[in-house]
Design a protein around this ligand. Structure first.
Ligand code: ATP
Ligand code: MG
Length: 455
């Protein structure tokens, strides 16, 4: 079966073209051909292609076979191009082959045309196949390259992500390390602090132990001092008492002396009757009893109370006044007692009397010291609610403001060391407040000091 062949023939002579077609038919082709004889027609024909082979005459009136070859090549077409010419030298043939013609056929030897076309077709096909293969290869290569690039980009992304992750991890690791360091530092600091506090605590415990010991010692010292104070104040009161006893005894002793002297005098006069002796004895015994009573009174006064008893305030006042009476009379001190309510106290009567005595002796001392005209002591006995209330006020001008807060302190005295120990009011406050649960306070009135006892 004849092989169809799209054939373009550049030939000015129609006969020659037919001869070539005939030759090819004989060789087994079935050419479908077009003949052109100038450059513009060739260009148009090339555009209208495709062509499987081109045959070109070497010499034509309007252009040459070499012109045709240049045009075909300039179109970039790889179509078997065979020059067919009448007479041609070997040099021309070589030039034509160099310019890209595939073969050169003599018009006188057209028998070569069939096999030459067939060979060139095969070669063209091979070239085409190679080109296609190359193209496919290039495509595959390009695809591969694309894939490689894609993959590279992906890998780059992954790598970047990994690097970012690595940086992140490194950062987190660094942060962790720093946090750890900080924690360790804090732990160390806290440990040091704790160790310090433990040390401080231990020191404090030690100090406290010391302080407790010191406190205990101080307390013992205070107790000892208190008992010395009590002793001292008792001695002071006792001194007061002895003075009073001496005073109280002076009168009866005088009388008793007189009575004894009377005995000898009356005997000498011969008037010593039994009646006189009897009377003298009776009066002497009365005096002795009075003196004995005085001693009993004082002794009772100094007996420390063992138990609380109920006693009447005004009786305690009267008893105390009796003890101090003489020195008061000596110094012309008037005492006024205002008994509004005869109240009873449950407590230590002797100690209570001692408090009254301290206050009364203090008033007497201030009167002397300040040489007060018309010295007076006012004692008021009454009630404040259900409490017994006793105030002792004087008109000696009062306690100076600057020592007001100190007069109940132990050993505080404005008197010389010979006269005062400064324990009177301290003891008094202790007796009223600690022993009897009451209160002892002082204030200044318009003309003197007022001591207030509430029990
Ligand atoms: N009625 C008063 N008016 C003014 N000052 C007073 C009065 N009573 C006491 N004082 C002052 O209070 C001080 C303390 O009195 P307190 O009785 O405690 O001690 P003292 O009388 O000095 O000594 P002591 O009583 O131990 O012999 C006195 O030294 C005196 O200055
Ligand atoms: Mg006193």
């Amino acid at each position: 079966m004849a092989k169809p062949l799209r054939l373009l023939i550049c030939e000015d002579k129609d006969d020659d073209a037919l001869l070539e077609v005939e030759e090819l038919r004989e060789w087994g082709f079935d050419p479908d051909y077009q003949r052109v004889d100038n450059a513009p027609d060739l260009e148009l024909a090339l555009k209208a292609g495709p062509w499987e082979a081109i045959l070109a005459d070497y010499n034509m009136p309007s252009f040459t076979g070499m012109d045709a070859l240049r045009i075909v090549r300039s179109e970039g077409l790889d179509i078997p191009f065979l020059l067919v010419s009448g007479t041609v030298g070997e040099d021309r043939a070589v030039d034509a082959m160099k310019a890209g013609a595939h073969d050169y056929i003599m018009k006188g030897n057209l028998a070569r045309l069939g096999p030459a076309v067939e060979r060139e077709l095969r070669e063209a096909q091979m070239r085409e196949e190679r080109r296609q293969a190359l193209e496919a290869l290039q495509k595959a290569h390009d695809e591969l390259e694309g894939r490689v690039q894609e993959r590279t980009a992906e890998l780059r992304d992954v790598n970047a992500a990994l690097q970012a992750e690595a940086i992140k991890r490194q950062k987190a690791k660094e942060e962790l390390r720093q946090a750890n360091e900080l924690l360790e530092q804090r732990v160390a600091e806290r440990t040091a602090e704790l160790a310090q506090s433990v040390d401080a605590l231990e020191e404090e415990v030690l100090e406290r132990e010391l302080t407790e010991d010191e406190l205990r010692q101080a307390l013992e010292e205070v107790r000892e001092k208190d008992s010395i104070l009590i002793q001292q104040s008792r001695l002071a009161a006792m001194g007061e008492m002895i003075g009073n006893i001496a005073h109280q005894w002076r009168q009866p002793l005088n009388s008793l002396g007189l009575k004894v002297q009377q005995l000898l005098l009356f005997y000498d006069l011969g008037e010593l009757s039994r009646d006189f002796l009897h009377k003298n004895e009776k009066e002497s015994m009365k005096l002795i009893q009075h003196m004995s009573q005085t001693i009993d009174d004082f002794r009772n006064y100094f007996k420390p109370d063992k138990e609380k008893t109920e006693f009447k305030v005004h009786e305690a006042v009267a008893r105390t006044l009796l003890l101090i009476e003489d020195s008061y009379i000596n110094q012309h001190i008037r005492v006024e007692v205002d008994l509004q309510n005869d109240c009873v106290i449950y407590g230590y009567e002797n100690e209570f009397a001692q408090v009254l005595l301290n206050i009364l002796v203090n008033a007497r001392d201030v009167f002397t010291e300040r040489e007060v005209d018309d010295p007076r002591v006012m004692i008021h006995i009454g009630k404040d609610g259900n409490k017994a209330l006793l105030t002792i006020s004087d008109n000696a001008g009062g306690v100076p403001e600057e020592i007001m807060g100190k007069i109940f302190d132990p050993y505080f005295t404005t008197k010389g060391p010979q006269t005062g120990t400064g324990v009177g009011l301290f003891m008094s406050k202790a007796i009223i407040e600690k022993n009897m649960g009451g209160s002892l306070s002082v204030r200044n009135t318009c003309d003197g000091a007022e001591f207030r006892i509430e029990v």
